[in-house]
Design a binder for this molecule. Structure first.
Ligand SMILES: [Zn+2]
Length: 581
């Protein structure tokens, strides 16, 4: 591994870029980055062959800023699934969603409180946003003529009021002590448990939040939740199910310090837990909007050619969603250079370690050369080009290649874009709970999530021939052997990396097996294999853009997966299960 200094200097020079001959738009030279990719790319008609050109056309479209980061439950997500469905139709792939469409909608709602919500203490009204807001969630309990009480500090279970004293009241809580242990997940959960019987919990944590941000809490559609946890029973945690059975939860409110003192009718300084205040009444204007179109799986089938086997399926999966946009834009170039520098620090010494505060503080970004090339570019879109634009578009490219085959594979191919992956594997949980083909007719599932990077600067061991494989031997060693055999038949076989089959100490790489959609297929005893080229400095960042994808590597991986899928679909016997999940 070369040292960070030289590579950073090399990198900023490379950013100078070269003026390519082809004019993007009349007269304007197309500037290519250090990977030979432009910032914007003009789409071209695609062809049956799996190619760099097609993948570029698709990915620059699917991960364009106009897709707004394709967040589950938002408009951008619908634009993404629309594009996939239009392409499937164009390719003649059979719809396999609901009602003859490509779509399988999920019962997802957007929940928020309208600005017409009101809160008062002994008739003295507090001001929405200026003094308080309500946090989006399931419809809460009423707050009608209930006593207000000061509860103490969140997480400080030793000193806060008892559950009995909190029951049926509006409890005002201070936020967890900064940096203290009291803020840990366990302490917060213990606080929620203690206050589960309250009519509402109002936390004093609005002062550090701008007015815009306060208003955004209820205007930000990311407050999207599945209609009810039990509808996703296998994916829902026991706590979620228990909470649902318990009926409406306490209202969750947020207050400024002034709002809290108005509510309590007393100063907070020196106030002891249990100090009671006036009587509260609230009208919480809860709005629930179904956003099923913004949260739908996309499913298509290429029917098999062998009547004996066409009723069985080799499934391919990817997730069309990503994590949306940020409220405040950042300068793209500085963030990119910083993310690259941070990863270089983490990869010092050949392994991957969490960067220390000192190492991070020592990072210096040199923008001069970039500024000579272009002005700052404010960026607020998390494009998700690699995550998981690369998998989603690889599926389309494979569908196009197989659609063009004169003789289709013997078994059928089931293409499923499992939505809501970033929101907790929701779409694959829903699809495997409500499959549109008999679940036991799925002989294997090939899941693809992030196959567009994997360079040597992205992770230790990365390179042109790098590919990580997860779970291929977990349920069926026959599948595992097939993965190896088809790889060896590639013109340039990949160096298959199995290290994520077991836990690694690498920061950010914990439990890779459980962190993507294949896990929901595997739990039903379907043999799976998961392909990815590793995380990188742009993971879940504004900088995960199409221009940073390694297209030749990506195209070779897509071709390999296409070959594997066709091979599996032509097998006489389905991969045997060695063990149950
Ligand atoms: Zn992903």
């Amino acid at each position: 591994m070369t040292s960070t200094h030289s590579s950073r200097r090399a990198r900023s020079v490379a950013l100078l870029g070269v003026a390519a001959g082809a004019a993007a738009c009349a007269g304007a030279p197309v500037v290519l980055n250090q990977f030979g990719n432009p910032l914007r790319h003009s789409p071209a008609p695609t062809a049956p062959e799996i190619s760099v050109a097609d993948l570029k056309t698709r990915l620059y479209l699917f991960a364009d800023d106009s897709m707004q980061g394709r967040q589950y439950g938002r408009l951008g997500n619908m634009k993404g699934t629309e594009y996939i469905a239009r392409e499937l139709q164009r390719l003649g792939v059979e719809p396999a969603g609901e009602n003859g469409t490509y779509f399988q909608e999920m019962p997802v709602v957007q929940r928020r409180f309208a600005a017409t919500s009101a809160l008062s203490a002994d008739g003295r009204a507090l001001r929405w946003v200026d003094d308080w807001i309500a946090t989006p969630g399931p419809k809460p309990r009423d707050i009608n003529g209930v006593a207000i009480v000061f509860g103490g500090t969140t997480g400080d279970t030793a000193n806060m009021i008892s559950a009995a004293d909190a029951a049926g009241k509006l409890v005002v809580m201070l936020p967890p002590a900064a940096g203290g242990g009291a803020g840990g997940f366990g302490a917060i959960a213990a606080t929620n448990q203690r206050l589960a019987g309250a009519a509402g919990v109002a936390t004093v944590n609005l002062d550090g939040v701008t007015r815009t941000a306060r208003a955004f809490v209820n205007d930000d559609p990311s407050g999207v939740l599945v209609a009810s946890a039990s509808e996703l029973s296998p994916g829902a945690t026991e706590a979620q199910l228990a909470a649902e059975r318990a009926g409406p939860p306490p209202a969750q409110l947020r207050l400024t310090r002034a709002g809290a003192e108005a509510l309590l009718g007393a100063g907070l300084d020196g106030l002891r837990p249990g100090a009671s205040g006036p009587t509260a009444s609230a009208h919480l204007d809860h709005i629930e909007t179904p956003v099923r179109k913004y949260a739908r799986n996309v499913v298509g089938i290429i029917r098999g050619s062998d009547p004996k086997l066409a009723g069985t399926y080799v499934a391919l999966g990817a997730h069309p969603d990503h994590v949306g946009y940020t409220r405040s834009p950042a300068d793209h170039d500085s963030l990119k250079l910083y993310n690259d520098a941070r990863l270089a620090v983490q990869m010092k010494g050949g392994d991957l370690h969490a960067a220390t505060a000192e190492e991070l503080a020592a990072i210096r970004i040199n923008l001069d050369s970039v500024r000579k090339l272009r002005p700052p570019r404010p960026d607020s879109i998390r494009n998700g080009a690699d995550d998981d634009g690369s998998g989603s578009m690889a599926l389309l490219e494979i569908a196009e290649a197989v659609s063009a085959m004169k003789v289709k594979p013997r078994r059928s191919l089931l293409f499923a874009w499992n939505n809501g992956e970033e929101a907790g594997l929701l779409g694959s949980a829903w699809y495997t709970m409500h499959p549109t083909v008999p679940r036991d007719s799925i002989v294997a599932q090939i899941n693809i999530d992030m196959i567009g990077r994997g360079r040597k600067d992205d992770l230790p061991g990365g390179g042109d021939d790098y590919l990580a494989v997860v779970g291929s031997n977990r349920l069926s060693s026959e599948l595992g052997r097939e993965v190896v055999a088809v790889n060896l038949r590639q013109p340039a076989p990949f160096r298959l990396d199995y290290r994520f089959d077991t836990t690694t100490a690498w920061p950010g790489y914990n439990n890779i097996y459980g962190r993507s959609d294949h896990a929901n297929y595997a739990r039903f005893g379907i043999p799976i294999v998961f392909f990815f080229t590793g995380l990188h400095g742009d993971y879940h960042q504004l900088t995960d853009e199409p221009q940073y994808i390694d297209y030749p590597h990506y195209a070779r991986i897509t071709q390999y997966i296409a070959d594997l899928v066709v091979d599996l679909a032509n097998r006489e016997r389905r991969p045997a299960l060695d063990r149950r999940p």
